[in-house]
Design a protein around this ligand. Structure first.
Ligand code: IPE
Ligand code: IPE
Ligand code: MG
Length: 245
């Protein structure tokens, strides 16, 4: 008689009641691979974006549960406007729906929602909603930065221009850091990129100077809490030297 040995389902850190320690406060995700995920299913790219949005919510909840204090996600870059109008419109619709959901759920959530990027490009009412959510969740402990119309170069250039407007003649690293969209968030300890590409694509250029990178071929809509655990395990295996020995 043949039978398959029943495989024991791997438990997540959360299942085991484990939490991250002080080495890992801030995790960031370059959520890539939505389009390919859809194409592999013979579906339009937009289908991948809606599944990607569901993954984002799931991963956000998980990161909060295992004790991360900050999470930053790359949702839409300053370069993503180059995509076909239909795809851009779908992403913006998903974003709009997400904002509405945030309003409904923000009371119960432990999340301080922040939107980072050059937000001036968005319609006034959307900008107001983003500012309102940020304000009304400002007392919550888990900071979630959502990068939209975000570009690392734009962010640094914007910081410099703000400093010029303030009349600064000489600027320091601390001046630049404090004028970035991420404000007082510590830099990410770990940056995870899904989708198999090995590049930053203009994400957190300044803040990532000493971040640990973790790349995986998994496409974002398939990314799961167990994959977060794998990234965290890899991170704990690294030795961060910051230029020392
Ligand atoms: C990431 O997935 C989502 C955004 C950039 C908005 P992609 O849409 O880049 O998916 P691929 O890389 O084409 O598969
Ligand atoms: C990076 O993914 C941007 C986001 C995940 C929002 P892209 O798909 O835009 O990056 P490239 O084009 O492969 O560098
Ligand atoms: Mg991509």
């Amino acid at each position: 008689m043949f039978w398959k040995k029943k495989q024991k389902k791997r438990q997540t850190m959360a299942d085991r009641g484990e939490r991250v320690d002080e080495r890992l406060k801030h995790i960031a995700f370059i959520m890539d691979g939505n389009g390919r995920w859809a194409r592999r299913r013979g579906m339009p790219r937009e289908f991948g974006h809606s599944h990607g949005a569901a993954t984002f919510k799931k991963i956000g909840r998980y990161c909060e549960k295992i004790g991360l204090q900050y999470m930053t996600v790359y949702a839409f870059s300053t370069e993503n406007w180059k995509r076909p109008q239909k795809e851009v419109d779908t992403i913006m619709k998903i974003f709009d729906d997400y904002i509405e959901e945030c309003f409904l759920e923000m009371e119960e959530d432990n999340v301080h929602f922040r939107f980072i990027g050059n937000l001036a490009i968005f319609p006034d009412d959307l900008q107001e909603k983003m500012a309102k959510i940020d304000r009304e969740t400002a007392h919550k402990p888990f900071i979630l930065n959502i990068a939209v119309n975000y570009g690392g170069r734009e962010e640094i250039t914007n910081a410099c221009n703000e400093l010029i407007r303030e009349g600064k003649q000489v600027i320091t690293e601390a001046d630049i850091s404090s004028h970035l969209y991420t404000l007082d968030c510590p830099p990410p300890d770990l940056i995870v990129r899904t989708g198999g590409e090995f590049r930053s694509s203009n994400f957190l250029l300044w803040q990532s100077a000493y971040s640990e990178y973790y790349f995986t071929d998994i496409l974002w809509p398939d990314f799961s809490p167990l994959d977060v655990d794998d990234a965290i395990a890899a991170f704990y295996g690294r030795k961060r030297r910051y230029g020392g020995v």
